[in-house]
Design a protein around this ligand. Sequence first.
Ligand SMILES: *Cc1c(COP(=O)(O)O)cnc(C)c1O
Length: 632
Amino acid sequence: MDSGPLWLDAETMLKLGRDTVDLVADRLTRPWDATPVVTSLSPEELSARLHERAPEEPRPFDQLLARLEADVLPFMARNEHPGYFAYIPGCGTWLSALGDLIASGLNIDVGSWGLSAGPSQLELVVLDWFKDWIGYPADAGGVLTSGGSAANMTALACARESLVGAMSDRLVVYCADQAHSSLARAARILGFRPDQVRVLPVDDRYRLRPEALSAAMDADARAGREPLFVAAAAGTTSTGSVDPLPQIAAICRERGAWFHVDGAYGGFAAITERGRATLAGIELADSVTLDPHKWLYQPFECGCLLVRKGRQLLDSFEIHPDYLRDTKSAVPREVNFADYGMQLSRASHAIKVWLSIQYFGLAAFRVAIDRCLDLALRAHERIQRSATLELMSPASLGVLCFRRRFGDDDEDRSERLNSQLVRLLARSSIGFVSSTKLRGRFAIRLCVFNHTTRWEDIEAVLQHFETAAVDDAAASASVIQHDRDPRLDEGWLGAPRVDPAAIKRLALFAALGARDLERVARMAREVRIPAGAAIVEQWDVGREFYVIVDGTARVFKDGNPIDDMGPGHFFGELAALEWGASFSYPRLATVLATSDVRALVLPGQFFNELVRDAPSVGATIRGAVRTRLPRM
Ligand SMILES: *Cc1c(COP(=O)(O)O)cnc(C)c1O
């Protein structure tokens, strides 16, 4: 029988399958302690190993597996490592991997009911489980996606289609400065301009402040804009914090805005008793993002969007071209998942979720997540008792932040030395953590999600941070960059507008060399504000940075004076600097001229660049951010 060049008989399939399973099972059960969690190589080195033209002739399977084993698989993260505490770990189960094998082996396409009724029903079953876990009603709808980013984008598109239809530059999206960057990217993809994404300040536990949200929404409405979409977090990436969901729900309801909850990793904590309490209010959301490939132990990829009024998802995405007319269901109960999002061809992610949960039982997943919550709490307490470590954010949904104390208040030194400890750990085989910035202060982040993690794995990492030797001299080379706005040199050419000598007289710029002074002079604009006028107003949107040259001003927050300023003082650094600078951070205070004021104004983009390139300016600004941000 000639079945074509790509055909294999069952015996060959089994043999190749067994060899493959041997390789994977061996790697998954190999002891952890011999290698670092992540091993990497440079692009040049890997290109030298791997780059070649596609071969015309067949090659033996065992040689191909051997090459993967030698040149590919060693150079990546071991996601199943019990010491993997960085970012959001993705620790799968073997059962889910087998589910993926079935899905791809049979090449299931869950786009239409007509072509995959069984897998479509299975996806409905899994979605019903998720709906039930977060307390959604039976008529809620949903769709499995490639991940949380896709789910967040689908949510924003669904909100816009449901509430207004066509895109308009009056629509505004709101999130906290702790929100996941995928939301800002979703807005960008969908055509929202930077000034249509409002990034809002958080409270001392890194939660979106309801009164800041309502004030910003009302200010936008007064200015003729339309508050469209509020993205709250149920588990922020940096600290695991959960925004006050019931209050945000009420604010959105009053103003007719869409209330979305990004529970990408945190949402599945709802299957535990503690998690459910932490996530109270999630059921009020118009839509919820979940990522089974994070805390539900599924292999990449598997995300999920749930929508409270299930019909809205279909109404937002349904399209019937002529060439797909045969697939349109005659019976309304037949779900065509291609009409619930942007994908037409869709892998079956439901099979792996269904298989793993059926095999282990939901209780096993509940225990696994509970164990992570316990371990994170124990780490929190252990750090509080430590003489050398400092807790920087409490354990919340498995995430906590801390750092080593170095006995003085020198933030830059603390950042250098803690960065160095993070790098040293990454090179060891003990574990792997990542870092973040909290109110401008460097923080080490411990994310306890893996079902393989035991207490001794955490203890070993904490001991590393307590005791590993640091080298002050070497540390300066290893600072981890957190600034997110790398675009440079967006300016205009032409003669200097402000005298460089006048700029040098300002303390902030006193240490600048001639070249930097020239750049500031070229980029700066001088403004004059009469006594009694506002220089910036709270909740306005703007990214310029101001330095007062002459005159005095008073700073008001929510109508109350909080600071006085005079020549040499500056403001606007938050709106220009924080990651929200890529979008639109609203002004957090009003600055009123109390005499005639002359001020220098720098564009946000250029200011960002200056802070990075000019150490003296950077240090002053970072210091100001650290003291001012907590007061906001
Ligand atoms: C991981 C994550 C995302 C993005 O999800 P992907 O699956 O990586 O696309 C969005 N929001 C939060 C809170 C996350 O943790």
